[in-house]
Design a protein around this ligand. Structure first.
Ligand SMILES: Nc1ncnc2c1ncn2[C@@H]1O[C@H](COP(=O)(O)OP(=O)(O)O)[C@@H](O)[C@H]1O
Ligand SMILES: [Mg+2]
Length: 256
């Protein structure tokens, strides 16, 4: 990318242009264009199997695209070597669909794990303080000594988010943060996503097919259909449409 383009777009933390990704003859992403502005919550909506998870795996360098531009925090992700990729990943908090906690470790040990691994210069006291800070941020300070099996689904989700926050990421990628949660717990997670943005000043991509989640958390909503974004804007903009596929997505997901 030229210097001029870079300067003009320096408020964009993710820039994706004409991205393609297939698996064999399964053409998943077919010309994706997407930008994430600094400090915004961008919701990516789309049916199951449309490539939402593939998209954020490409953003975090877990999957390689076939072609297209993937620029994250000023780095061209597809050409990064292992060292560059590891440095970039420290700035990206990836909240997985299943919270991916280690079942044999306490909450505290789960939270210490990324710090001990990536920030080896911290004292024990600093690690303890960082753990208390993120546990407080997700409202679960009292669960420090519990095992993951003793937590509810929503609490596990919170601890998973706390574990990504402990490295103070600039970008958060939430993959289906409310999947499998009851409506009240979902609401609490949506509020947490908004609090994380306010407290940690993160820019986030939130993948979901939960329209309440999209409405509460999305500063902007983008609809992925058949391998590309067909509409983006405010929640109201996206769903004020005569497009049959978008209308049926709305009806299907809100009536559920
Ligand atoms: N590592 C992989 N190898 C082969 N196919 C994959 C892989 N990851 C995803 N896919 C396929 O890509 C498509 C999109 O998957 P995914 O991004 O997980 O969908 P979703 O929008 O539900 O998150 C699916 O057809 C899935 O089977
Ligand atoms: Mg997925």
């Amino acid at each position: 990318m030229s210097e001029a383009v870079k300067n003009k777009e320096d408020k964009k933390v993710v820039i994706i242009r004409d991205l393609y990704k297939s698996f064999g003859d399964n053409e998943v992403l077919r010309g994706v264009d997407l930008e994430l502005n600094a400090g915004e919550n961008l919701v990516v909506l789309g049916k199951s199997g449309t490539g939402k998870s593939v998209l954020i795996k490409i953003i975090s360098g877990l999957l390689k695209p076939d072609s297209g531009v993937v620029n994250v925090l000023g780095k061209e992700v597809p050409i990064l070597k292992e060292k560059g990729l590891n440095e970039l990943r420290l700035k990206i908090g990836f909240s997985f669909q299943n919270s991916a906690l280690y079942d044999s470790m306490t909450v505290k040990e789960n939270l210490a794990f990324p710090l001990v691994r990536h920030k080896t210069n911290l004292s024990k006291k600093e690690v303890d303080k960082a753990i208390d800070t993120v546990l407080d941020a997700v409202g679960l300070l009292e669960k420090k000594r519990q095992m993951p099996s003793e937590l509810s689904g929503g609490q596990k989700k919170r601890i998973g988010i706390a574990r990504t926050l402990i490295l103070q990421p600039e970008i958060m990628l939430y993959d289906e943060p409310t999947a499998g949660l009851d409506p009240i717990t979902s609401c609490e997670i949506n509020e947490l996503i908004n609090e994380v943005k306010a407290k940690y000043n993160t820019s986030s991509i939130i993948i979901t097919h939960d329209l309440t989640c999209a409405k509460i958390t999305g500063d902007r909503v983008a609809m992925l259909l058949d391998g590309r974004f067909v509409k983006e804007g405010s929640f109201a903009d996206v769903f004020t449409t005569e497009d049959e596929q978008i209308k049926s997505f709305y009806d299907y997901n809100f009536i559920q």
